[in-house]
Design a protein around this ligand. Sequence first.
Ligand code: GLY
Ligand code: MN
Ligand code: MN
Length: 439
Amino acid sequence: MRPDLSVLYADHLDTLKQRADEALQRGGFDALVVPSGRLHFQYFDDRDYPYAVNPQFKAWLPLVRVPDSWLVYQPGQRPKVIYLQPFDYWHVVPSAPSGDWVEHMDVAIIRKPEEAAQHLPKDIARCAILGEPQSALGDYVPNNPVPVVAYLEYHRAFKTPYEVEMMRAASRIGVRAHRAAERAFRAGASEFGIHLAYCQAAQQDANDLPYSNIVALNEHGAVLHYTDRDRMPPKPVRSFLIDAGASFDGYACDITRTYSNDTSDEFQALIDAVDRAQLAMCDQVRNGFDYRRLHLDAHLSLSRILKDFGLITVTPEVAVETGVSSAFFPHGIGHGIGLQVHDVAGFAESDRGGTLPKPDGHPYLRLTRALAPGMVVTIEPGLYFIDMLLEQLKDRGLGPSVDWARVDAFRPFGGIRIEDDVVCTDGAPINLTREAFAA
Ligand code: GLY
Ligand code: MN
Ligand code: MN
C-alpha cells in the first residue's frame, strides 16, 4: 500500500520548521525568506536561460516553475507563500495554487514581482534571505547567513519519509525511461534517437530532467560526461552507457546502466562482474559507515575485476596503492542526492561547518560523511578505457602494471558504469533503483 502523501508532507513540513527554528536561532534571525529565483537573460540578447528554482524554496514546496515567488517562515507562524501569477499573455503563467501544501500555508497572490515587498517581513535586518544575488528585490538582498545555510544544508542530507517517496516516484519514471532507452538501443537507434526515446518515456524535456542525459555508444562511454549525442549510429554498434535521471516534484533520481550489443561477449561478462560488485557496495550503505571507506573498498573490488579479466598484471592491492586503479576508475563512488542531483553538504563536518577531507589521491569524491539513516546516496562504480589516463600510467613508469593487449580488446567498448540510488536506514539499505527495475 502506498503511503498517504498528504500525511507525509505535513510531517515533512514539521521537520523543516524545526530545522528552520534552530537555524534562525543560531544565526540570530527572526524570519526565513526564500525567493524562488528569477529568469536570467543572455547577454546582448533577450532570450532567457532555462529557469532553475532555488533548492531552498523547493525544499518547502513542490513548485519548480514559479519564478519571482517567495516563501516566508517565522517561528510559531504558518509559512507564507507569496505567489506570482502575472497578467501575461506571452507566456503560460503558474496556475492557481493547488496541492497538499496549500492547506498548510498562507498564500498571497501577486501580479508583479515588485508587489512581493509588501508581503515580506518589514525588519529586513532580522531576515535570513536565502537565494542567488539576482533574486534581490529592493533592499531584500539575499544575505545567505553562514550559520543558517550550514545548518539547513547539513540536515538536508537526512531525507524525510516524504522526500524518500518523492525520490521513489522519480526513480519509477527514470526506470521506465531507461527501459525505453534500452529498447531503442537494441533497435539500432542513434545516441540522439535514444535520448528522444528516453525523454518521451519519461515525459520530461531537457529542462525537466535533473541533469543532462549521458547517452554514449561505443568509445563515447569513456567520456565521463559525454553529452554530444551523435545523430547517426556508429557501425558497428558494440556497447551503450546511459546515465540519465528524472525529476518528481523537485526531487531527482540518478541512474546509470551499461549494455553490450552482444550479450554473449566478454564486455557483457565485464558488465556482469561490475554489476555484482556494485550490489555488494550498495549493501555497505549502512548507519555509521564512512562513505570514504566505501569509496576505497570500491577501488579494491574493481581492481579484483581488472585482475580477473587480465587487464592488470599486479595484485589488486598494488593497483590501489600505486594509483593504477584510478586510471580505470577515475571518479568518486557517488554522492548525496535529493533536491539536487549532487546534493549539498557532502563534506560538512557538522551542522556548524567544518570540512571532512577527501582521501589523498581521490580528488573527485563528493561525499566524505559517515552514512546515517535518511541519507540517500548514489553508488556508481565504473571501469573505463580512457587513453589519456592510461598514457599517464606509462609516463609514471607504471606501464608494466597493465596488459595493453587486453586494454586494446576492451577500448572499443568505451566503459562501464552502474549507478543506483540507495537509502540508508537503521537496518538494511533500500535500493530505490533496483526496486523500480523489479516492479
Ligand atoms: N549523472 C551525474 C552523476 O552520476 O553524478
Ligand atoms: Mn551520480
Ligand atoms: Mn549519474
